[in-house]
Design a protein around this ligand. Structure first.
Ligand code: PGA
Length: 257
């Protein structure tokens, strides 16, 4: 794992966006795994700015989103379809046919999950998977006790996640869907690079457990310790509980070319 601690969320988002833009520059038909939530918003703004200001080309990029709520109409403003359209896709020149988001309204959800995994394989696998992290350590919607061998499937959200996400649903937990489709942990681990972002004090415990705790299904993000190319880009607040923070900062400052 490479742990990159930057002064604030803006600097971290810029650094993460640069990694993604460098990838697409070198591989214009890159396959990106994308995430929703508050965390990637500033990164998406950087991508939009790259397209608007420098005509950065996303026309050959393929994307696969991590997850989607079950039963929420795609047009619902809090569906992840709507989120991605509003916060990224409608502002860049991505081709709609290259966008993949799990269909939370599929008639046969199980078959859809199998087809989603197949579509990732058919695209040649994910080059870079962007990740946020839940305060309970989830990645995607892989809640605590998710198997490290899990694949795209349905999950039931924890009450903590429902509480965390209620802010997007009029602060009413009763309005948050209880079920979702999510890529599994094994799906995420197959991405050639995993890039996890976390900002704020509310993520400090989850980050410490992910980076320095034992591998545990109780902290799904700890599975990233098994990933040969995982980058954790965080702000000072999210880094507050890392015992080895000095070392990560020293290593980053002395990183060889
Ligand atoms: P957030 O959510 O980016 O809104 O904090 C992250 C997550 O739940 O994975």
């Amino acid at each position: 794992m490479e742990i990159i601690i930057l002064p604030d969320a803006a600097a971290a988002s810029k650094a993460a966006a640069q990694i993604l833009l460098d990838l697409v520059t070198h591989k214009p038909d890159a396959v990106l795994g994308l995430a929703t939530g508050g965390t990637p918003l500033a990164l998406y703004s950087e991508l939009i700015a790259a397209h608007k200001d420098h005509a950065f080309d996303f026309s050959r990029v393929t994307t696969f989103n991590l997850d989607e709520y079950i039963g929420l109409p795609e047009e619902h403003p809090q569906s992840y379809h709507a989120f991605m359209h509003e916060n990224l896709f409608r502002h860049i020149n991505i081709q709609p046919a290259r966008i993949h988001i799990p269909d939370g309204n599929a008639a046969d959800i199980k078959a859809h999950c199998i087809a989603y995994e197949q579509a990732i394989r058919d695209a040649g696998g994910v080059d870079l998977q962007l990740l946020g992290i839940g305060s309970d350590g989830h990645i995607g919607f892989n809640e605590p006790t998710s198997s490290f061998g899990s694949r795209t499937r349905t999950k039931t959200l924890t009450r903590q996640t429902i509480k965390d996400n209620a802010r997007f649903f009029e602060d009413d937990p009763a309005l948050v869907p209880k079920h979702c489709i999510t890529m599994g942990i094994a799906t995420i681990l197959e991405a050639r690079c995993a890039l996890l972002l976390a900002f704020g004090k509310g993520k400090a415990d989850a980050i410490a457990a992910t980076v320095e705790g034992p591998l545990s299904a109780m902290i799904p993000a700890s599975a990233l310790q098994l990933h040969p190319n995982a980058k954790i880009i965080i702000d000072q607040d999210a880094a507050a509980k890392l015992t080895f923070a000095d070392y990560y900062q020293w290593a980053y400052a002395n990183k060889p070319e």
